[in-house]
Design a protein around this ligand. Sequence first.
Ligand SMILES: Nc1nc2c(ncn2[C@@H]2O[C@H](COP(=O)(O)OP(=O)(O)OP(=O)(O)O)[C@@H](O)[C@H]2O)c(=O)[nH]1
Ligand SMILES: [Mg+2]
Length: 612
Amino acid sequence: MSTIRTVALVGNPNAGKSALFNKLTGARQKIANYPGVTVERKAGRMVLASGEPVELLDLPGSYAFDAASPDEEVTRKVVFGEQEGQRQPDVLVVVLDAANLEQHLVFAQEVIELGRPTVVALNMVDLAERDGLTLDPDALGKALGVPVVPTVAVRSRGLDDLVAAVSDLPLGDPSPRPHIDLTERRLEAKNITKAAILSKSSRATLESSLDKVLLNPWIGPVILFGLLFVVFQAVFAWADPFIGLIEGATEWLAGLVVATMPEGFVRDLITEGLIAGVGSVVVFLPQIVILFAFILVMEATGYMARAAFLMDRLMAGVGLSGRSFIPLLSSFACAIPGIMATRSIADPKDRLTTILIAPLMTCSARLPVYAVIIAAVMPATTVGPGIGLQGLVLFALYVAGIVGALLVALVLRRTVTAGAASGFIMELPRYQLPRIRDLLIGLWQRAWVFLRRAGTIIFAATVILWLLLTFPKADPGENQLDASFAGQIASVMQPVFEPIGFNREMTLSIVPAMAAREVAVASLATTYAVEAEDEEETESALRDQIAARWSLPTALAFLAWFVFAPQCLSTIAVARRETNGWKWPIVMLGYLFALAYIFAGITYWSALALGL
Ligand SMILES: Nc1nc2c(ncn2[C@@H]2O[C@H](COP(=O)(O)OP(=O)(O)OP(=O)(O)O)[C@@H](O)[C@H]2O)c(=O)[nH]1
Ligand SMILES: [Mg+2]
């Protein structure tokens, strides 16, 4: 007798597969309330009723086995045992959204047709109940010919029953059922749904009235725009006290090191490299957390998908569809998951265009760069009731990235990725109240990613830079930056960047920023700390150093540079992997560099001309 070794979760997008996977394995895969969240196969360990561990697979959501998008392809390959390095699953668990039963049953029938050992998880029964829908799992099971277990993944309800049903399945050779075509399957889905409904009270749902407002072609965009505006105001307004705390702590630490350690190489490395450099980045944790709190709430409530819907018309204008919206939106966190998320786009040209413009979305690694420069050169004044100037400038920088992306898409769609634009259909997920626990976990994961980067890549880049800045030692009276290797490197590059208003420290900072954008901040801080005449100057905040040293046109040019600046090396690596070659990453790098240079130059010279 064969035993179960691998179980796979399959089903439509947004059915709750990843939520189930997390509860069954203890993993923390991303779950969010829109279709297309999972784009890769993920494996975890689940324990059967007998106590035996088996492999559980979380798969991308799928509408059909013959679907065209790269993420759905993964699901098909895994289910049919064609995925290299992956055992074919012995058991399939079809996850259905009970509140959207009819739609979800179309693909479910296709899976069940394979005749493989299958269990159905009738998930989201809580949402069905909320809509006044009571379903009969047994009737559904009879109609489908497989066991059906009602579950509420996010509340861990029905999980034991689900595991029991999987454990009890008889294994054997597949006995495929007669194949029926899509039209028949749709009809069948309707009939099965009808048979499974015990009672249905039509409630005036909150959904439809909310959607009337939020999706209204006039009011909807105004609300979306207003919301984003609030986000950027909050990033500055709410973060201040927390930033003050962290700054206080780093200053205290620097003081402690100076007071207790003997003068010398190690102490300088710690104060100038670690505390000034890495510390200058860590200070931005509160702003990152605030930004992500908004993003996570928008994702969990179901608003994000509405935003995609609203943006579809605008995106169609530049030859993209609303499909690209979510990958682009993910790129606000980081272009890497954003580029990965394009796997849910079926049309190859749509997908390529989206990959190429993803780096123009302002990733969170750029936030520290923007924030420190804005705080240094823009006064913390208000320009209207409750509208802070700093938040406004930040908002403008994000908008500049978006407008840039749309224009680039327009050009790409007429040249290198020319072709018919594909239509956009996306189901709108149900509105949900965010669960605090999920939010906190999400925020913690984000904060951890940020801190880990600070502790690894930013740390390493800062130490290397510090060494280059510290050696060779300057003669008495000579400027350390002039004497150092780093200064010499910067001097070689300086002629290229001088015309766009960059000073030497800025030129120097954009090289290690290729490792990670935040390194630009650490680099500036370390440069100024090394150059500093005394301890007090070493410890003073980067913001104050910039305020004292940079002219406004120079600072604006630097901000403009970072709107387009060539992305970090990891983004290039992901673009290479997702486009199967070096051609597109090189195109991306080239056009971004050109745009950054031109845009920074225009900004610098216009600012000078305006007498700023
Ligand atoms: N109320 C309720 N919400 C659920 C349930 N299961 C999942 N959710 C929510 O539904 C949304 C989608 O869940 P996911 O687990 O990301 O869905 P998925 O099937 O993995 O989606 P894709 O990865 O896009 O294919 C998330 O917001 C979950 O919090 C449930 O049983 N009840
Ligand atoms: Mg998922």
